[in-house]
Design a binder for this molecule. Structure first.
Ligand code: THU
Length: 134
């Protein structure tokens, strides 16, 4: 499924739940499964800064905890309040590599409604995966 305008509404709603008192940089994620379910993510910060959890990973972890498995995901949309849509951090790219199809769309948006479309593989080319362990 290609990007649709309601993805933006959904991801902005998810962003509203971000807990980001230290960075004040609120991030939202809207994860869709291939069978039509939705998981929301938001960044959750901690006074011990490195423990902060990103929006992308929080949505994926929620879906896996609910029983979804690698390959079950259709797309993820991310949003930030910045002049340019920002792209997922390296840790989130690695987790997407583990759990999502290489060609799964990653839609990056900002508060203006700008959108940049990419894929897991484009964001982490030549990424390390379970296949490398064989
Ligand atoms: N953050 C995300 O939620 N996703 C990313 O891909 C980049 C960074 C969060 C982590 C932290 O709470 C805040 O943004 C500033 O880095």
């Amino acid at each position: 499924m290609t990007y649709q305008s309601h993805y933006f509404t959904e991801v902005r709603n998810a962003q509203a739940n971000a807990y980001a008192p230290y960075s004040n940089f609120k991030v939202g994620a809207y994860l869709r499964t291939k069978d039509g379910k939705t998981y929301y993510g938001a960044n959750v910060e901690n006074a011990a800064y490195p423990m902060s959890i990103c929006a992308e990973r929080s949505s994926l972890v929620a879906a896996i905890a609910d029983g979804y498995r690698p390959g079950d995901f259709e797309s993820i949309t991310v949003t930030v309040d910045a002049d340019e849509p920002s792209s997922p951090c390296g840790s989130c790219r690695q987790v997407m590599k583990e759990l999502c199809d290489d060609d799964m769309p990653v839609y990056m948006t900002n508060h203006h409604g700008d959108m940049i479309a990419s894929t897991v593989n484009e964001l982490l080319p030549l990424g390390f995966s379970g296949k490398d362990l064989n």
